[in-house]
Structure formats: structure tokens, C-alpha cells
Ligand binder design. Structure first.
Ligand code: SAH
Length: 355
């Protein structure tokens, strides 16, 4: 890719040579081949990078001369962890990552009984403009590269001292608005020489970009899909989620139905409960009608307060009531465990507080 064709920020990323974190095993093998080295060196380098190496000096099975050559031509661009907010009660850590061009994004590391999970960002800012979301407030800055998404995981594992075995792409940004980097990232995660993460342990969340849902079902039928619904009537949904103008609710639900048929996998609907906006009995009734018979699960999340939006979350009690009501009508639903309640939980909030 020519530097001249890129927006300035992305061009800066190429300044200091090749970022090997972006590359697949095959690309690394080719890179070594072109440099007159044996292609298996590429596989060795890939393994090192995936286990968190940041310098070529650490790569003890590479000849010294090669390590020196690599250091001249390439680098491993892990993001810098600028801030960690810890919630000691449940082990959740909210991380602020600094990127090479001084932009930052957020991630959340969460502990579960059976391992740990990380929520990663896919863009700096977001174009979707959801009215209740902190990420939308500053507008869109740029897409993240696949290496920047993977880098959040490697950097988090280092700082938390633990390996991650589940990944959710639910941080800042709309992953389906950055599809090419997202798919490269998913393939890097799945690569057996690296983390070899099962696609079933990965979830991607979208505000509802229909053509990308269709493509995703073909490309990654085993990766879990989450769709941000937040309202069951189209007009109301458009008010809080402008993406609904382009991809209206009924068509979205049809696309999700096709997706479950194609993949045989249950889709998660996220529903952020906003007091007086989408949590009335009427809203719940409509939600039940719309989702009846679908292979789905509803994840109810009392809204995290974002001061600028003027919205407030529903009470935990109301959330439990709605979950019970949905379950009674045969729609699996849970209220999201409130992880990290003591920290700036909503996506985009840590970055905004700092800015
Ligand atoms: N753009 C993608 C993924 C990022 S947001 C998407 O829209 O799905 C991850 C989830 O957090 C989405 O369901 C989003 O609507 C929700 N969210 C955003 N702001 C929130 C807030 N203040 N409180 C609770 N959930 C919020």
C-alpha cells in the first residue's frame, strides 16, 4: 500500500518500517523468503510475537545477525497501556491503550469462573452516532488495524499477568464498518501457531449493518454474532440509533433470522435499558412479539450513565423483571453481570474523561 493514498494518521503508522504484528504466518514466511532467509523463520517470529515478544532480542532461536537485520527494518507495535482502572471486587480492569499516532482506545479485561475475557475496540471513535453512547460523542477518527486490535489483547495479557481465552469485539467503534481489518484480526487470533483461539470463543457486536452481517455469516459462521437492538419499534430505534434509517429494524431482524438459519448459531441481542425510553411494558410486549421463535438470547444491560446524553439507566430491579417476563414467554434473557461497576464502565468513557 502506498503511503500517499492513506489518510495522514494511517500513513504515520508505516513510518518506522513494517509492523510485524499485522502479518499472517504466510506473510511473515514470504517476508523472510524475500530477505533471503528460510521461510520457517517467519513461523518462529510469528510464535514469538503471539506470545508477547516486543523486541527481536527476545527471539532467542533466531541468529543474532537476523535479529539485527529485523530491528533495522521492522518493529512489533504493541499499544502502550496508559492507564489501568481496577475494580478489586471482581477483578475487572479497564485499560486505556495509547496507539502509535497518539490516539487512544479502551479495552476491558474481565475474569470469569472459567477463564478470562477481553473486550476490544475496533475504531478510534465511531460513525454510528447512537445517542446514548460515549464513543459516538467525539465522532469518528480512524479505523484500527488488525495488529492494533490484536495488540490490545497481547498488551492486556502482559499487564494483567493472565492469558485471555474469550474475546468480544464490543469496545469503541463499529467492527462491521472496519470489516477487512476485523477479518484479518479474527484470522490472526484463530491461527494455530499463535493463540489458536476457537472461533466459538469470539463474539462480534454490531449496531446492525446488514450487508456485513450477511458477509460475516459466510466468512465466519462459527464466530458469535451480537446485535445491538435497544428498541423493538423502528421509529423509536431510529431516534436513538441513526443506523436504523439505513438498515431498518424489520429488515435487520430478517437478516438475523437468515444468519441463524445459515450458521445454526444463537444470536445475542443487546438491549441497553434506558429509563422511560425503552423499558415500558409496551416496549417489552413488542420485544416479545418481534423475537418470538428466533434462535436468540437477550442480554439486558442497565444503561451506563453518560452525562452528555441526558439518559438514565433503568433500575436493576426493572431489568430483572423484564428478563423474567421474556423468559416466561420462551425468550432466553439475562441481565448482564455488572462487572466493574466502580469504574467508568461504558465504552468510550475512560477516553473521554481523559480528553
Ligand atoms: N458498535 C458495536 C459495538 C460497540 S458498543 C455495536 O453497536 O454493537 C457495545 C455495546 O454497548 C452496544 O450494544 C452498545 O449499544 C452498548 N452501549 C453503548 N453505550 C452504552 C451505555 N452508555 N450503556 C450501556 N451500553 C452501551
Amino acid at each position: 500500500m502506498k503511503k500517499g493514498n492513506l489518510p495522514e494518521t494511517e500513513a504515520n503508522l508505516l513510518e518506522a518500517g513494517k509492523n510485524l504484528l499485522e502479518m499472517t504466518v504466510q506473510e511473515l514466511a514470504d517476508f523472510m523468503g524475500e530477505a533471503g532467509e528460510a521461510p520457517f523463520r517467519g513461523r518462529q517470529i510469528f510464535k514469538w510475537i503471539q506470545s508477547g515478544a516486543e523486541t527481536f532480542d527476545e527471539m532467542s532461536n533466531l541468529p543474532l545477525k537476523l535479529r539485527g537485520k529485523l530491528a533495522e527494518q521492522a518493529y512489533i507495535g504493541l499499544p502502550e497501556v496508559l492507564e489501568v482502572q481496577r475494580d478489586e471486587s471482581d477483578g475487572t480492569k479497564k485499560l486505556l491503550f495509547g496507539l502509535k499516532d497518539e490516539n487512544c482506545v479502551e479495552g476491558v479485561f474481565m475474569k470469569y469462573r472459567y477463564g478470562s475475557s477481553i473486550c476490544v475496540s475496533s475504531q478510534v471513535g465511531c460513525k454510528m452516532g447512537c445517542t446514548f453512547c460515549a464513543s459516538a460523542l467525539g465522532g469518528f477518527v480512524r479505523n484500527l488495524t488488525a495488529g492494533e486490535m490484536l495488540g490490545q489483547i497481547l498488551a492486556a495479557e502482559k499487564i494483567c499477568g493472565e492469558k485471555v481465552n474469550h474475546v468480544v469485539v464490543m469496545g469503541m467503534g463499529e467492527p462491521f464498518d472496519n470489516y477487512d481489518s476485523l477479518s484479518r484480526f479474527l484470522r490472526l487470533l484463530h491461527e494455530p501457531l499463535g493463540k489458536g483461539m476457537s472461533y466459538r470463543n469470539i463474539t462480534v457486536s454490531t449496531s446492525g449493518i446488514i450487508p456485513a452481517i450477511e458477509r460475516f455469516g459466510d466468512d465466519f459462521p462459527q464466530v458469535n454474532l451480537a446485535v445491538s437492538l435497544h428498541r423493538a419499534d423502528s421509529r423509536g430505534r431510529s431516534r436513538i440509533m441513526p443506523v436504523n434509517e439505513a438498515y431498518p429494524l424489520e429488515t435487520l431482524l430478517k437478516a438475523v433470522r437468515n444468519h441463524t438459519e445459515k450458521t445454526g448459531r444463537r444470536v445475542t441481542f443487546e438491549y441497553a435499558l434506558i429509563r422511560g425510553e425503552n423499558d415500558s411494558d409496551k416496549d417489552v410486549k413488542l420485544l416479545k412479539e418481534k423475537l418470538r421463535g428466533m434462535l436468540c438470547h437477550v442480554n439486558l444491560i442497565p444503561l451506563n450513565r453518560v452525562d452528555e446524553s441526558g439518559f438514565q439507566g433503568s433500575s436493576r430491579r426493572r431489568a430483572e423483571e423484564i428478563a423474567a417476563e421474556l423468559v416466561k414467554s420462551g425468550i432466553p434473557a439475562t441481565v448482564r453481570r455488572e462487572l466493574g461497576a466502580g469504574i467508568d464502565g461504558a465504552c468510550g468513557q475512560l477516553r473521554r474523561r481523559r480528553g
